[in-house]
Ligand binder design. Sequence first.
Ligand SMILES: NC(=O)c1ccc[n+]([C@@H]2O[C@H](COP(=O)([O-])OP(=O)(O)OC[C@H]3O[C@@H](n4cnc5c(N)ncnc54)[C@H](OP(=O)(O)O)[C@@H]3O)[C@@H](O)[C@H]2O)c1
Length: 258
Amino acid sequence: MNLHLTNKVAIVLAASKGLGKAIATSLSAEGAKVIIGSRDGEELAKTAAEIQKLTGNEVVAIPVDVSSGYEIKNFIEQAAAKFGRIDILLNNAGGPPFNKFENFDDDAWQKAFELNLLSVARTSRLVLPHMQKTGSGRIINIISGSVKAVLASSVLSTSMRMGVVGMAKLMADEFGPYNITVNNVAPGMILTDRLKHTIPQGIDLEQALAEKAKNIPLGRIGKPEELAALVAFLASEQAAYISGTTIQVDGGANRSIF
Ligand SMILES: NC(=O)c1ccc[n+]([C@@H]2O[C@H](COP(=O)([O-])OP(=O)(O)OC[C@H]3O[C@@H](n4cnc5c(N)ncnc54)[C@H](OP(=O)(O)O)[C@@H]3O)[C@@H](O)[C@H]2O)c1
């Protein structure tokens, strides 16, 4: 299937590794010009060069901390100036820490709010005028399967992701008339550094992952490129009539019907 992404301009945040990197690779392989952002400029530049070598399409690295309103503003200004348009925005960030509700103070809540909820509002607000100008756009937010079925110790993540679900619904309503779609992708367990870091030190990684996979109908942890394939589809012309949704990529792990 040709996803018609050639010459589209895509911003992919939190993309030096993990899900963001896989998504940037997938969009670039489909022909998009991709601008990637995350904090460590050296790692980011390496990732951009690696993807560009693989796909043959231009990948631009602009360092940014998505928790900072000032840095996001600079990032979007530079990104817009680079190719003169923005067609696709992939909102992503690092995840907040896992712990029990009683262990998080105001500071932890504030940080999670800025990283995982306010960042989505800020980037979207700055990118929307560019999409309105060209008469179409795709906003895709990476959230978490915990918005469908609670996951122990994920109170910061779940609380912020639920905010993104509400925001995306309202944005889909408000920006549909401009031919802009807004959707969320909710990962289950996908093999990235973040997942590996949830395994306590001293425990065999392979064994621990195999244990986690036992409760997944497909019997395995997901691959980043499997989630990236959905994002590339949601970014495409073919997905023009899908908006306001949250789609899980979890190997069937969430058993709830609604
Ligand atoms: N993997 C899963 O199974 C899974 C499941 C549910 C939800 N998620 C969510 O999906 C998102 C991505 O997870 P992942 O597994 O890909 O994590 P990862 O492998 O740890 O990668 C995180 C990426 O985010 C960047 N990043 C972190 N903080 C940032 C910030 N403040 N500003 C800009 N970039 C930042 C990192 O680069 P720098 O450190 O250089 O900034 C890195 O490129 C997270 O929000 C996570 O909670 C993942």
